[in-house]
Design a protein around this ligand. Structure first.
Ligand code: ADP
Ligand code: MG
Length: 348
């Protein structure tokens, strides 16, 4: 559907590994004070000053995490950086550098790798990180990308998963569930396209959902908001696998239970209308659908006034004693135990 139809195809074998690295690396300069040496030596050199270094890494594998029939390579590059930067944000650290490793087959011409790197460069600019290294190798099958993100924070700023206390408020940024429904829309269009390759998808009604799936934005802004509001969450995690499973991580590691309120979940109107169209329960999507890359955190009850009415934040519940269990409180005011279902769970 969105496969690169560019007639120009330069073989990467022609350039060779070093030629390819040189070609890709020339787009990346140094913008961060903490980057002393970037691409070009045996290793990057980073000066953390008096701060702690926070590191996170993730794989994205073709056929497992993405499908190139509807994921443009530029978006994939952006997303690969974004999801890793999101993990740094979830520690309340400031992302500063990334390394990007790729394994590519001859199926990909140079122009395709350039597209991927255009997305990586866009994300580096958007999230203010330097691309300081990586590795390039061949793959006999699909495309594999691994990004490592590095961030800096003062030790007292770092927020872990294990600090939530009973009665703390559970707060989420932005809205949730949209990325999952975006994927459903894209999957449906792919099936239509396979049956009728001349069909032109009309995706106007789903633009927000699709953008959330293809171009998730790590919440680098939230750390700044916390500073301005003088908030330090007691625990935090980013929503990659789905609200329910992330919340259970916070509960387990903090040794608490929780009450999550169905009627408080922040849902975009496009999500609600698309769930109706697909005949899927919006609450199920919101709590089990993943890949929103919003932040889920807890704050002491006393801090409620600091976030009250702030459009970036929604209070969706509170922590309880561990013995009370982790529950969803439905609109009908019944309690259902929360289950850790990954973001693929809705496919069952
Ligand atoms: P080595 O043989 O030590 O692994 P390489 O030849 O793989 O070194 O890499 C040379 C330089 O280019 C290093 O700075 C490395 O971090 C960087 N680099 C290699 N591949 C990539 C890539 N895909 N993206 C960004 N930087 C890369
Ligand atoms: Mg190497």
């Amino acid at each position: 559907m969105l496969e690169n139809k560019d007639p120009q195809r330069t073989s990467i074998a022609q350039l060779g590994e070093f030629g390819l690295i040189d070609h890709l690396a020339k787009n990346f300069g140094i913008t961060q004070e903490s980057t002393l040496t970037g691409i070009g030596d045996d290793a990057a050199v980073i000066d953390p000053g008096d701060q702690k270094v926070v590191v996170s890494t993730d794989f994205l594998i073709e056929g497992v995490h993405f499908d190139l029939s509807y994921m443009p390579l530029k978006h994939l590059g952006f997303k690969a950086v974004s999801v890793n930067v999101s993990d740094i944000c979830a520690m309340n650290a400031r992302p500063t550098q990334v390394t990007v490793s790729i394994a590519v087959s001859n199926r990909f011409p140079l122009e395709a790798i350039e597209e991927l790197y255009a997305g990586i460069a866009l994300a580096a600019l958007a999230f203010k990180v330097d691309v300081v290294g990586g590795d390039t190798t061949s793959s006999t099958t699909g495309l594999i990308i691994s990004v490592t993100a590095i961030g800096l924070a003062k030790s007292e700023e770092i927020v872990y998963r294990n600090g939530a206390k009973e009665n703390d408020l559970i707060v989420v940024t932005g809205d949730i569930g949209a990325a999952y429904m975006g994927l459903q829309v894209l999957e449906r269009e792919k099936q239509v396209f396979l049956v009728n390759p001349n069909s032109q998808p009309d995706l106007d009604a789903y633009t927000y959902l699709i953008e959330r799936q293809l171009k998730p934005e790590a919440r680098t802004d939230v750390r700044t908001l916390f500073h301005a509001l003088e908030i330090k969450p007691t625990s935090m995690i980013d929503i990659s696998d789905g609200l329910s499973s992330e919340l259970l991580h916070l509960c387990k590691q903090s040794n608490t239970g929780c009450d999550l309120y169905e009627d408080k979940l922040p849902l975009d109107p496009q999500l609600i209308s698309t769930c109706e169209e697909f005949n899927i329960d919006a609450t199920t999507v919101a709590i089990n659908g993943g890949e929103d890359y919003e932040l889920l955190f807890t704050i002491p009850l006393e801090d409620f006034d600091k976030i009250k009415g702030n459009p970036n934040f929604t209070v969706i519940g509170h922590m309880t004693q561990a013995s009370a269990g982790s529950n969803l409180v439905t609109r009908a005011n019944t309690k259902i135990p929360l289950k850790a279902r990954g973001w693929n769970a809705l496919d069952e």
